[in-house]
Design a protein around this ligand. Sequence first.
Ligand SMILES: Cc1ncc(COP(=O)(O)O)c(C=O)c1O
Length: 428
Amino acid sequence: MSLSEEYYKRSLNVCPGGVHSPVRSYKAVGGTPVFFKEGRGAHLTSVENESYIDFCQSFGPLILGHRDPEVEEAVLSQIGSLWTSGTCEAYSLELGEWIIEHVPAVEKLRFVSSGTEAVMSALRVARAVTKRDKVLKFEGCYHGHVDSLLVEAGSGLAGVSASSSAGVSSIQASQTLVCPLNDKEAYLKILEENKDDIAAVIIEPLPANFGLIELDHEYLKFVVDEAQKRCALVIFDEVISGFRAALGGMAEVLNIKPDLVTYGKVMGGGFPVGCYGGRKEFMDLVAPVGPVYQAGTLSANPVGMVAGLTTLKKAKRENIWKTFTERSKMMSEDFNSWSKSEGLKKRMHTFGSLFWICETEIGKLNSIKDIPKDHGEKFKSFFKSLLDQKLYLAPNGYEVGFLGLAHTEEVLKESLDIFKKACKETSS
Ligand SMILES: Cc1ncc(COP(=O)(O)O)c(C=O)c1O
């Protein structure tokens, strides 16, 4: 029995499915999870001392790679002075000022400890602003495990919503309306039928939780305008895209200013940090200024603040977004032309530092309907082949791959060879 197998067996007695977040489980791909003990740059080292090229990157936070030396130094120095205090301190002030200075969508913000908390709090603000209860979300967009958002479309466009998790009360589920992406007609119908009840329209402006979907600017502008016309707030959930798609996230790429925005992942530099922010008058409804209560014992913990600020400053200094665009273009062009020349169907879709591989002839996916139904099933053997070749993707075919700055051209070329081999081995 390998060490990973031994740990996995023990873990099954400790936590549900042996994991502390279901996305880490190998339920969708089969087999025993590899246990890792160390990360550096683009690589993870398993407990068996094997080195893997890592494109999971902790599901997105590690935009510079594992243990970037600059961030590591800042974190170690911070650990030598203050971990957490529950008092006012200047670390969160510095990160907060930096974000407000660089991100036009954020006039005021509040730090929390996860993306889920950020979304949950933004919704509370939206409900307080509008004095309405309902929220409209889009099919295939994930917004954390907030009760009311663990919902998928029920029968009928504006009909009853059914929860996709047990334990969510039907009252909460009924407050959420689910709309297909890229369907203007369905969107207008739901808005009209609920026009006095919708507090917020929440969307991942770059949907990256069910493959990688690229929405047109014109469609997103339409979504925003039609919501605001009916006095519903627009929340951009930029937990993945924030500071990753561009310094100012998709709000900057699209030149659209949402009413509220949520962040997590990259902004904590690998530590548990999230934030919600937006228009000053809305954020001033939050306690202790206003009546919206929201609090957190470890909110804005100094280690996360310093890791986040060091990460963002380095990202800006090195203009990592330009590098990502060049590298992912090189990677996808190489892979796609090879795949076509081999008569294979797999294509690599990219947006900056995000990539996703699936069997489709479509150049740009703009709806989850574009994803082949058997994608998840076909991913199993692809994942296994990659893992055997020591390349780690998240163990679910609908998760995107993340590039970090540590994925140099050399690492990407090595990865391309592995992707091609896996593709050839597993194509029917
Ligand atoms: C778009 C989006 N929103 C919210 C969340 C929830 O963030 P967290 O896992 O930090 O609670 C995620 C997590 O993947 C996400 O991708």
